[in-house]
Design a protein around this ligand. Structure first.
Ligand code: IPE
Ligand code: IPE
Ligand code: MG
Length: 258
């Protein structure tokens, strides 16, 4: 249970009645946090509700984590909202998931604008229905001059597709004589990915107990710190977010060095 939430310090009472205090170091906040928001379906199943009830609940949670990220001066928050593999789900669920951005942004865009958040979209746009893409485009346009948190939604995103698109684009440039094969390096490849100019995630969080990447940012996560929790996404709180960051702050990032 969360007793107190301040910018850098949280005090919780655990279910066993123990008091846990987390003090975050303001000088070591991960600049880019990426989250695989998983477990909505299981949250609903636990309550005997249809899966979409879990997605509805999960969306409510986005605000909490956006606010917490902004408060801690996280620069980029990438949220995996719909994967290229999620099209395999029943049509009714896919339709519901694709309607969620419109629904979320309709109510939340004014707040995002006010809180200086800049919305971005990472994923293949041409397969998205116009109401999904339109909602994002409006949000991107209206927040493009904001200078606070970058809220990057991964929607119809798949890392292997992203990489094959990048390779095609690079190959086209070589074919056109604009680029020499020996000019292909890590920076050039990175710049051709959908994450474009965004820095690589420092911290990856996945909820719901699954320990896998599910085709998420395979290139960009090469040296990120991973934090997995059994907590289902609709139950993921500011306290859990702080716990993830506190764990991150205790890791030694060596990048192969000493
Ligand atoms: C995450 O929750 C949301 C999306 C993948 C879109 P799930 O819908 O995957 O929930 P579980 O994993 O079935 O519990
Ligand atoms: C990953 O979750 C995709 C999103 C959270 C959007 P999934 O629930 O789709 O992943 P798998 O199927 O368990 O790997
Ligand atoms: Mg899942």
């Amino acid at each position: 249970m969360l007793e107190k939430f301040s910018k850098w310090k949280q005090v919780f009472t655990t279910t066993e009645g123990k008091t846990l205090e987390l003090n975050l170091d303001p000088t070591n906040i991960p600049k880019h946090v990426a989250i695989i928001m998983d477990g909505n379906g299981r949250w609903a199943a636990e309550r005997g509700l249809p899966r979409i009830a879990g997605h509805r609940e999960g969306v409510k949670n986005v605000n909490k984590i956006v606010r917490a990220s902004n408060a801690l001066n996280v620069e980029v928050l990438t949220l995996y909202a719909f994967s290229t593999e999620n099209w395999k789900r029943p049509k009714a669920e896919v339709d519901f998931l694709l309607k969620l951005p419109e629904r979320y942004l309709k109510t939340e865009l004014p707040t995002l604008i006010k809180e200086n958040v800049q919305v971005r979209l990472m994923g293949t746009k041409d397969q998205l229905p116009s109401y999904t893409l339109g909602a994002f485009e409006e949000a991107i346009e209206k927040t493009k001059n904001n200078t606070g948190l970058i809220l990057n939604f991964a929607m119809n995103y798949g890392s292997r597709f992203e990489m094959s698109q990048a390779m095609q684009a690079i190959a086209e440039k070589v074919k056109a004589g604009e680029l020499q094969p020996d000019e292909i390096n890590e920076d050039l490849i990175g710049a051709h990915l959908m994450s474009g100019q965004l820095r690589d995630p420092d911290l990856l969080i996945r909820t719901s107990g699954e320990i896998r990447l599910s085709n998420f940012m395979l290139w960009q996560l090469a040296y990120s710190e991973f934090w997995f929790t059994d907590v289902l996404w609709p139950n993921f709180s500011e306290a859990h977010f702080h716990e993830a960051i506190a764990t991150y702050q205790n890791r030694g990032r060596r990048y192969g060095g000493l």
